[in-house]
Design a binder for this molecule. Structure first.
Ligand SMILES: Cc1cc2nc3c(=O)[nH]c(=O)nc-3n(C[C@H](O)[C@H](O)[C@H](O)COP(=O)(O)O)c2cc1C
Length: 334
């Protein structure tokens, strides 16, 4: 198995925020960066082929400097195209490339990439090699424990060993299999049961591999426990829906001696960013659609969220109003 100098870097990411289409755009990532200075952030999945052929590359690739460390996630199955994508990711300043072999969407699988590729470890190994050989970034992979009838421990271990030999620096494993016929992507995130034990066994049998666990984790205490067995944890839906629940990542996971931020502090710290976005022709809703999830669990939270949503969808939300509403939150100590 090849282990290179990047392993020491990738091992550092104890907690990451999962790639999620239509969720983890650069605005959401900025919100999360205000919550945690340390968590590894991911882009949404970018189909390598679309990136190569579009003349709007910046739309796919742009991110804010503050977002580092950030991993760009690619979907694809063509080593030649991935080679070009890898070079672009490096030129654009990303910290890491992640290859998606976990997405069960029929659209993605009909293009023969995403989760269906777990049935073709040789092909995935070629893709990883192509990414590795054409940039100096760590290359990591996100996959399931299995797909359809390919769901035994030995097939998982065989897959992982081949990919490790191709040079992958970290394995993020969503601990449920994907069922490609009969379940839609949403069902594929809930119906196949979680099997952390299989991933734990994989780590125990292959202690040199860097393995991050993903799926169904909903609070920091679960992360702390998982870090006894795994090198990292990845959180998706719970962080998107309840970002403030995760306000102590830096203190409790990374041991930083800083103070967790309140919702109002986070929103105030984003005001210059929102102003800049508006100046560049963007709309408040682009950011506020994510921001509203910050406010929950306090009296009138729903009213606050409604006020922000309604005004910003109607394009009537101005910064002064946002500051005024946020000051009310601050007065409540929130
Ligand atoms: C709306 C949504 C979009 C997603 N998009 C992606 C994606 O682009 N790439 C990917 O690898 N996984 C994607 N996922 C899967 C998540 O990254 C994660 O593996 C999954 O939600 C399980 O983690 P969780 O239980 O913490 O949410 C998506 C999940 C959701 C809910």
């Amino acid at each position: 198995m090849k282990i290179d100098q990047h392993n020491s870097i990738t091992k550092f990411h104890k907690l990451s925020i999962a790639p999620m289409m239509d969720c983890t755009d650069k605005h959401f990532r900025m919100i999360m960066r205000k919550i945690s200075a340390k968590a590894l952030l991911y882009t949404e999945m970018i189909v390598a082929q679309s990136l190569i052929y579009t003349d709007k590359k910046e739309k796919f690739l742009n991110f804010n400097e503050e977002e580092h460390p950030i991993s760009i996630q690619f979907g694809g199955d063509n080593p030649q195209i991935l080679k070009e994508a890898a070079q672009m990711a490096e030129d654009w300043g990303y910290d890491e490339i992640n290859f998606n072999v976990g997405c069960p969407s029929p659209r993605v699988c009909s293009g023969n990439f995403g989760a269906s590729l777990m049935k073709e470890p040789e092909k995935v190994a070629q893709c990883i090699e192509s990414l590795k050989n054409n940039c100096n970034l760590p290359v990591t992979i996100k996959h399931r424990i299995g797909v359809d009838e390919v769901d035994s421990f030995s097939s998982l271990e065989n897959f992982v060993k081949q990919i490790a030999n191709a040079g992958a620096n970290r394995f993020t494993i969503h601990a449920r299999k994907a069922i490609l016929k009969g379940l839609n992507p949403k069902q594929n995130r809930t119906i196949p049961p979680l099997n952390y034990e299989m991933v734990r066994k994989l780590k125990q049998s292959n202690p040199n591999l860097i393995i991050e666990i993903n799926g169904g984790i909903t609070n920091i205490e679960q992360c702390i426990n998982a870090l006894n067995d795994f090198d990292g944890v990845m959180i998706g839906r719970s962080i998107y829906k309840h970002p403030l629940r995760w306000s102590e990542i830096d203190q409790k996971i990374y041991g930083l001696n800083t103070k967790a931020k309140t919702a109002s502090k986070i929103i105030f710290s984003l005001i210059p960013y929102i102003e800049n976005h508006l100046k560049n022709g963007g709309e408040t809703w682009d950011i506020c659609k994510h921001l509203i999830n910050l406010v929950e669990g306090i009296p009138k939270a729903k009213i606050w969220r409604n006020q922000i949503s309604t005004k910003s969808i109607k394009k009537e939300l101005n910064i002064a109003y946002l500051i005024d509403l946020t000051s009310k939150l601050e007065k409540l100590g929130y």
